[in-house]
Design a protein around this ligand. Sequence first.
Ligand code: AR6
Length: 176
Amino acid sequence: MEKERKERIEVWQGDITKLRVDAIVNAANTSLLGGGGVDGAIHRAAGRELLEECRRLGGCPTGEARITHGYKLPAEWVIHTVGPVWSGGEGDEDVLLASCYRNSLALAEKHQIKTIAFPCISTGVYGFPAERACQIAIREVKSFLDAHATAEKVTFVCFLESDAGLYRRALGGLPE
Ligand code: AR6
């Protein structure tokens, strides 16, 4: 079982908008109307129709997720989730970040999505420490995969080489 789960997780370094997977996850903000970072890249690549669909959703609270079509993206779906803004770790940032992964994966399951790619949510503009976020992301994905069979592959997309290193080390250290 453990080996099987390991084969369902991969790390890929690059631009998430290029990935031909069923769904890519967007690190959005509560307005869902676009922004910088990965959010800006996804909206640019998907085109204006994505913004129009997002507008109809009326926003998304931190820690929750919403799904739209992918339009001009190679991915069929975009799952938009809103990570917490880091404020020193004394608030509920860890819990909210875990909710982003859990709620995104629950939406994927609901839509029978088999392949899904995550960026490193909250670790850019929102300032969440990369290593701490990586541990939370891996923990949530592992427990989801153990409980659900629909998802065949979860890809952690790391834009930065340093993040790819973090994920590869953390996943290499999974217990056998
Ligand atoms: N593909 C994959 N990852 C990327 C890409 C890309 N094309 N571009 C950046 N990253 P951020 P946040 C990585 O700032 O911290 C936006 O303005 C980046 O290196 O995009 O959740 C939203 O509208 C980092 O590892 O998202 C919100 O206002 C990760 O994506 C706010 O930023 C997340 O960085 C959300 O901030």
